[in-house]
Ligand binder design. Structure first.
Ligand SMILES: NC(=O)c1ccc[n+]([C@@H]2O[C@H](COP(=O)([O-])OP(=O)(O)OC[C@H]3O[C@@H](n4cnc5c(N)ncnc54)[C@H](OP(=O)(O)O)[C@@H]3O)[C@@H](O)[C@H]2O)c1
Length: 273
């Protein structure tokens, strides 16, 4: 499998790194095109992949073309690589770029749209992806193994789930980082040394996540197992309920979803014509 990257920034590099770490591709089969010389130098030095600054040349002979530029650079990148060869498939990780925007802008039927998340940078991410009907089973398998290099991956038949995933797992790491930060600060506030508070919070989050996964119990059941009648946890949960913690989260995710839908709509005219 020959893979061409259009854009070798944070996410492009993360995918290259995971593909090589998991032996899904060899450096000789990866080419990265980036407008920035410093990125090209770093990627060829660190990973031994070929690099160039010419998008059109970069996609020659590639089976899979990965679009990893920022949304504002998409129109130009599409202009540069439009009408790829019929047997090539384009995989975009660009937030808000719909299948139809990509099909029109690239004048190409075979498109995969994926929403990875930030922990993919260390192979611990989760990616939700979909594809146009023109993408063959073999190309789907290729996408599955490439996206699987970033961690877990879930295929969805309906594109509408991509905007929802953007709000939940795409933005999700930011919610979790904020929660971690606030909980550590709370530990410090009541008098714990910061390094101990950090360790307590991090392992509490990792351990709680693994408990949900391993016991297969509903989180509400696990929560009630930690909540003794009239105890300390019940006291803390009362404060969280008073502050509308649960509905605040619902509203935050709904706001991110509305924004994702709005971005998808406003970018959908980008590739027309
Ligand atoms: N970061 C995340 O956690 C995350 C998660 C999910 C999805 N995504 C999506 O991933 C995409 C890439 O994000 P990123 O954080 O990797 O961005 P990034 O670090 O800015 O990387 C993009 C790279 O592409 C270069 N570039 C710009 N225009 C180009 C062109 N026409 N041809 C070739 N290269 C070009 C940029 O150079 P310049 O800097 O000089 O412009 C930059 O080096 C975004 O669309 C984002 O929505 C990101």
């Amino acid at each position: 499998m020959r893979i061409a990257f259009i854009g070798g920034g944070t996410m492009g590099e993360a995918i290259v790194k995971c593909l090589l770490n998991k032996n899904i591709a060899m450096p000789a089969n990866i080419i990265v095109s980036d407008v920035r010389q410093s990125r090209r130098e770093l990627l060829s030095r660190e990973y031994g992949v070929s690099t160039l600054a010419d998008n059109r040349k970069a996609i020659e002979g590639a089976d899979l073309i990965i679009l990893a530029v920022k949304p504002q650079d998409l129109a130009q990148a599409m202009e540069e690589i439009k009408k790829p060869a019929p047997q090539q498939v384009v995989l975009s990780i660009i937030a808000g770029a719909s299948l139809s925007t990509l099909q029109h802008g690239l004048k190409h039927p075979g498109i995969i749209r994926a929403m990875p998340n930030m922990p993919g940078q260390i192979g611990e991410g989760i990616t939700v992806w979909t594809a146009t009907t023109e993408v063959s089973p073999k190309q789907r398998e290729m996408a599955q193994s490439v996206l699987g290099a970033l961690g877990e991956q879930i295929y969805v038949a309906d594109e509408k789930y991509l905007d929802m995933a953007t709000a939940l797992s795409g933005s999700g790491p930011a919610y979790v980082f904020l929660f971690i930060e606030a909980l550590i600060d709370a530990g410090v506030h009541i008098g714990l040394p910061r390094n101990i508070a950090e360790k307590l919070v991090m392992q509490t989050i990792v351990g709680s996540t693994h408990t949900v996964q391993k016991t297969n119990k509903h989180p509400a059941e696990l929560r009630s197992m930690v909540t003794s009648p009239g105890g300390t946890t019940a006291e803390a949960l009362l404060q969280l309920e008073k502050g509308n913690f649960r509905s605040l989260l619902l509203e935050a995710v709904a706001a991110a979803y509305n924004k994702a839908k709005h971005l998808s709509v406003s970018s959908s005219s980008m590739g027309e014509g």
